[in-house]
Design a protein around this ligand. Sequence first.
Ligand code: RIB
Ligand code: CA
Length: 308
Amino acid sequence: MKKIIIDCDPGVDDAIALLLALASPELEILGIVTVAGNVSLSFTEKNARKICELANRGDMKVYAGCPRPILRSLETARHVHGETGLQGVDLPEPQMPLQRQHGVEFLIETLLQASEPITLATLGPLTNLAIALIQAPQIIPKIQEVVLMGGATGQGNVTASAEFNFYVDPHAAHIVFTSGLPLTLMGLDVTHKVLTTPERLQQIRAIASPVSTTAAAMLAHYGAYDVEKYGMLGSPLHDPCVIAYLIQPELFLGRNLHVAIETTSELTMGRSVVDLWQAGQQAPNVHVIQQADDEGFYSLLIQRLSEL
Ligand code: RIB
Ligand code: CA
């Protein structure tokens, strides 16, 4: 089993990613750390607990991390994920506790105590990991790799230049991308090709379990925004691609490239500058995923959701 810590901002696609991770025996989830992003931290931490209980995992440890980006004020994506972050469903108030320890402290303590390096899966703004790196740089050798959802080689989704996670906290992204950590980047170039088409949504609905019915209801609402905005055939499942990569990396193809984060110009704030043609002199620092087997991804997702 791969020991992992998930950092997320549920958010509908984060919720699907958590369900996929909780359904996958290949992964040993040491804890779920939440961050402000899609919605405020008070919602993201509660949503993470709601999803754990939906998956009958009230034993999972859920932590609240940072309530805002390092420098910029928080900008959310309520218009995409709804006021609560899980639009389309009304899950019961969680009974499982929120852990008292701060999510950043959990990250640092767990990594320093680990007998072997741990994989981090980040699905939201990188505030928690960046703060942990500043507070305790000695965690770096205890991190096996960081698989991140964020960025884009091409167009952004929150501005013409920037993807949401990196736009919300570009300074945190800069800290992570200059840390020397082994990074694998799952950006919009890939996730915008992993679409929950009506046929795939019907396959999820047809599982007809409480989990799949809830997942389908969330996805039906979540998809409307992207379908209208991009004219897509369905909602892009950004965050679940990170979890699928951890389970079946062969579903994805990537290249080692240099990536830097823009933190000065308001015009391009949060842009991931990917040196696709290695025009610059800087050595590659990121494994940038460029292709996904979307059919294989949905086969995995539907199979695992049916087992929850
Ligand atoms: O740009 C998409 C990313 O931003 C996803 O992680 C989504 O959940 C939001 O956090
Ligand atoms: Ca997210």
